[in-house]
Design a binder for this molecule. Structure first.
Ligand SMILES: *Cc1c(COP(=O)(O)O)cnc(C)c1O
Length: 358
């Protein structure tokens, strides 16, 4: 069975070169006679892997020295809870509700403390992000939370909102796909399974001083500072996932880093949107100004045709095009590991499907 073109929103495609390398090293990692999953997370061999993963991320995103880079378990959803537990100890947090993931973060934060929703896109079916003049951020908020790329609605912030309060961002579905200025944020988190590695791992990049806010009443395991003090090794982390993050970030550096990926990603998305826009058969969901470069959400004239397209596309070797269950329709996720050839194959398939079904 040859590998197919994979457009799954997550867990998403990993670079083929990374999977091949992992296969080569699976039974005997670096001459140890065991796999990376079968050795102590305190061993020198694993220590070199986690240090290298961290160093790669620091290099790829130019992470300033005063920021910690953490590998935590529980994915992005755990961060929905961990962020307010650590940072919403006093006052109120501002949240922008721009999609299904923001809404989930808001529900979780509301359990921990006071949340103010400063803008809500639900009535517009989350088809766009807000303009800066449409909301007012409280400069004294405990923090401001946003999701920079909404994976389900397929919208993104082209530029980051400006605020004096600490800015917290869920970047699960776009981290390492475009250049960012880490110093604009107080804390960035991302579930790994979209653009960095396998599921079950969250990457957290945070200003170290913020970790001091956690109250003593917070369980030790829930405090960021526990993981900062222990270099992400307070308990046994997901060693396999961290190893894959190292391989993915090695691969990214070899591709020329984030700026090079951004150029490739912008070109991939532009080609697909242009193909969809030039057709009367396909409709995109997001308002053009706010379109995601990673997750392209669209539909055919009917649900029956959407279903027929999903089936025909898998038969043609294009996987993962079914839309998210809350929205239906179709979605093509063009993360870093999705090569330009896959997008070209998708465009040819879509044209042919339109010709035969339009
Ligand atoms: C996938 C995703 C999540 C959830 O990630 P889990 O690791 O499953 O918790 C959260 N936010 C965004 C933006 C996502 O794309």
């Amino acid at each position: 069975m040859p590998r197919v073109h994979n457009f799954c929103a997550g867990p998403a495609a990993l670079p083929a070169a990374v999977l091949e390398r992992a296969r080569e090293e699976l039974l005997d990692f670096a001459g140890t006679g065991v796999s990376i999953m079968e050795m102590s997370h305190r061993s020198g061999v694993f220590d070199a892997v986690i240090k290298s993963a961290e160093a790669n991320i620091r290099e790829l995103l130019s992470v300033p020295e005063e920021y910690a880079v953490l590998f935590l378990q529980g994915g992005a959803s755990h961060q929905f809870a961990m962020v307010p537990a650590n940072l919403l100890t006093d006052g109120e947090a501002d949240y922008l509700n721009t999609g299904t993931w923001s809404a989930k973060a808001i529900r979780e934060a509301s359990v921990a403390g006071k949340v103010r929703v400063v803008w809500d896109g639900q009535d517009e079916e989350y088809r766009r992000m807000p303009r800066p003049e449409e909301y007012t951020l409280n400069p004294d908020a405990a923090y401001v939370h946003l999701c920079t790329n909404e994976t389900i609605g397929g919208i993104r912030f082209p530029v980051v909102p400006q605020t004096q309060a600490p800015l917290v961002a869920d970047m699960s579905s776009e981290i390492l796909s475009r250049r960012i200025d880490v110093s604009q944020y107080a804390l960035i988190y991302a579930g790994a399974q979209k653009n960095i590695g396998p599921s079950g791992l969250a990457l957290v990049i945070m200003r170290r001083d913020l970790a001091g806010r956690a109250p003593e009443s917070l369980p030790i395991f829930w405090r960021y500072r526990t993981f900062i003090e222990n270099d992400s090794l307070y308990n046994t982390p997901n060693t396999w996932a961290i190893y894959l993050v190292k391989l993915v970030t090695d691969w990214l550096l070899a591709q020329g880093g984030v700026a090079a990926m951004e150029a490739v990603n912008d070109a991939k998305a532009a080609r697909l949107y242009a193909a969809l826009d030039s057709s009367d058969f396909y409709t995109t969901m997001a308002e053009p100004e706010w379109r995601s470069v990673m997750n392209i959400v669209f539909r055919t004239p009917s649900e029956a045709l959407d279903a027929a397209l999903v089936e025909a596309s898998s038969a043609a070797g294009l996987a993962g095009l079914k839309g998210h269950r809350v929205l239906g329709g179709l979605r093509a996720s063009l993360y870093n590991a999705c090569p330009p050839e896959a997008v070209d194959a998708l465009i040819s398939f879509l044209r042919e499907f339109e010709r035969t079904h339009g």
